[in-house]
Design a protein around this ligand. Structure first.
Ligand code: SF4
Length: 576
């Protein structure tokens, strides 16, 4: 990290004058790489190459450059992705209909019970509501939704418009709680509140801390609610938990026969994307740990309300849940342990650190035996994947903790991570990334589409790991693509998840389709007319026909149609 003082040499002439004139000697500014790729001057400081002696991390948590199409989401989106996986709740968006497009499908969280969370609800504010206020409409909507669906809770999200017109979300939710007897929880997530959606994660956690965790079920003002019978979702859940286990049951039961599950933990920042939680839960149970609540994958409102009873918080996604873990430590004295269930090494480390935390010899033995058993089980199956993938190069551009947690998993497959980055990283996130990656790795913050394309062109990875927004750009540039955000369909957590991960990466990277795609070497932005196809047959069909044409000498422009042309080029079946 360079110190900002008058003797500081900055290669960017102009910046030097501005910095000198500010005369703020204690401000640390990142070292600006000379030229990773061609981009705007103001964007250069958002890229940083890890190397010995370079302590800087990319500039981050700043407004995107106006006009650039970045991959970011708003504060409301940040709050929504954290709370949306609570399955038996209604998620009501107070605002115009457009904001409600951020729905369950964006998160991809699975449920073993209620599917209520998958519905999209909005107050659909119109011009009249903007002029006269939307509080009345909101209250009526909540009451109607409560009558129709009998949810365990209704989360009400504030959007930009609501912040501008000044609707009092908290008082409407309080009144609705008294009328319905249901938990109605305001989430003050106006989209404009920050350039970084991480604030939305924090606001979502604030809503949980203030209105749910450690609170009693609210009572109706009049007409106390009828006692309901057993809910179908509970029944379904019991069935799920009793599902027959794998064929290795007998062996596994020997590993864990002595442990008792009287220790309970919360998992914070696990969203059950593609069923990850269902791979983690049995591992914990086998070392004698049961789960009190998950924030928020496959969770129920009442489980989270009792999260303050847990003995320990396991923090899986530090980005979205570190704040919640710290707050629960302060309020309820619940300690925290960082875990990461992606990859064999990280999963093993996490199980060991849980056992070490409880300092229970039986649990430690169970963890050691489980790790040995599971590692042996997948050892042979992983070999063919590793053989094909060793030496392949990866670019990672994802959100949240995946920017660093996937790195070790790729290395376990023999792959090399060339670059990694996130859309909404904070300084501590980039510090963590820097501690994880090898020297020479590029770390990039809030890259836009053009920069990503240029980075792919420069680094020529065999695989881009990113979200749906970058998929088609990657495929069009002939780079294999995996979506490890919310669109993936197989679980990657735990030991079995690592096998799924290896299979999915291998399918993408080793697909024969890449033999037929253009090379991205040095042409994408320079001269599209010289785009170098490996087979030029289709691309040059017209010019080949013209150059072979026998009538060309007689007439500069051949009048024959393609059908009539005797010199029509043969198109290789390989290309077709
Ligand atoms: S920025 Fe504002 S208007 Fe846009 S989606 Fe977010 S909350 Fe809605």
């Amino acid at each position: 990290m360079q110190k900002n003082n008058k003797s500081h040499h900055n290669p960017e002439k102009g910046d030097e004058d501005v910095i000198s004139s500010l005369d703020l000697p204690d401000i640390e500014i990142p070292e600006i790489p000379k030229e990773v790729i061609s981009t705007l001057k103001s964007r250069k400081k958002h890229m940083c190459i890890k190397k010995e002696g370079n302590e800087s991390t990319p500039a981050c948590n700043q407004a995107s450059v106006p006009g650039m199409v970045t991959q970011r989401s708003c504060v409301y989106g940040g709050a929504r992705v954290v709370l949306m996986p609570i399955t038996d709740a209604i998620h009501l968006v107070h605002g115009p209909l457009g904001c409600a497009s951020c729905t369950w499908d964006i998160r991809g969280s699975r449920s073993s019970g209620s599917e209520l969370y998958r519905n999209g609800f909005s107050t659909d504010l119109q011009e009249k509501d903007i002029v006269f206020g939307g509080e009345k409409k909101l209250l009526e909507t909540i009451i109607e939704l409560n009558q129709l669906f009998k949810p365990s809770a209704i989360f009400v999200y504030a959007t930009c418009v609501v912040g501008l017109i000044g609707d009092d979300l908290k008082s409407v939710c309080r009144e609705a709680t008294e009328i319905t007897g249901s938990r109605v929880i305001p989430v003050q997530s106006e989209g404009f509140r920050s350039v970084n959606k991480s604030l939305g994660h924090q606001l979502a956690c604030d809503a949980l801390l203030e209105y749910l965790i450690g609170t009693e079920t609210p009572q109706k003002k009049v007409n106390p609610p009828q006692k309901e019978g057993k809910k179908p979702l509970q029944k379904k859940r019991e069935t799920f938990e009793k599902d027959p286990a794998s064929e290795d049951d007998v062996l596994e039961s020997q590993i864990t026969s002595q442990v008792t599950n009287d220790i309970c933990v919360n998992i914070l920042g696990e969203f059950n994307v593609a069923g990850d939680l269902w791979a983690i839960r049995p591992l914990l149970e086998k070392i004698g740990v049961s789960i009190q609540a998950v924030v928020t994958g496959d969770s129920r409102v009442e489980e989270i309300a009792n999260a303050h009873l847990a003995h320990l918080n396991l923090v899986q996604c530090q980005k979205s849940s570190r704040y919640l873990a710290d707050s629960m430590e302060e309020r309820y004295s619940i300690p925290q342990v960082r875990v990461n269930f992606f990859g064999v090494e990280e999963t093993s480390k996490s199980l060991k650190s849980i056992a070490e935390f409880f300092n229970d010899p039986l649990m430690m033995d169970a963890a050691e035996n489980l790790i040995e058993f599971e590692t042996n089980r997948i050892k042979d199956a992983i070999i063919p994947y590793r053989q094909r993938l060793t030496g392949k190069k990866v670019a990672v551009y994802v959100g949240g903790n995946k920017a660093w947690s996937l790195i070790r998993a790729f290395e376990e497959l023999g792959m090399e991570v060339l670059m990694t980055g996130t859309q909404n990283g904070l300084p501590e996130d980039y510090q963590r990334i820097k501690e994880t990656v090898r020297d020479g790795t590029l770390i990039v913050d809030d890259a836009n589409a053009m920069e990503l394309a240029r980075l792919l062109e420069k680094y020529q990875p065999d695989l881009l790991v990113s979200g749906a927004k970058e998929k088609y750009m990657s495929l069009k540039m002939g780079v294999a693509f995996c979506d490890f955000n919310h669109d993936r369909i197989s679980s990657f957590a735990g030991f079995q998840g690592f096998l799924n991960f290896a299979r999915e990466v291998d399918r993408a990277v080793s697909s024969p389709v890449w033999k037929y795609t253009p090379s991205i070497n040095g042409s994408v932005f320079k001269n599209p007319l010289k785009y170098p196809f490996k087979s030029k047959t289709m691309f040059n069909a017209k010019s080949q026909r013209e150059s072979n044409c026998k009538v060309k000498s007689e007439s500069m422009k051949c009048k024959k149609s393609v059908k009539e042309c005797s010199t029509k080029p043969k198109i290789s079946p390989e290309v077709m």
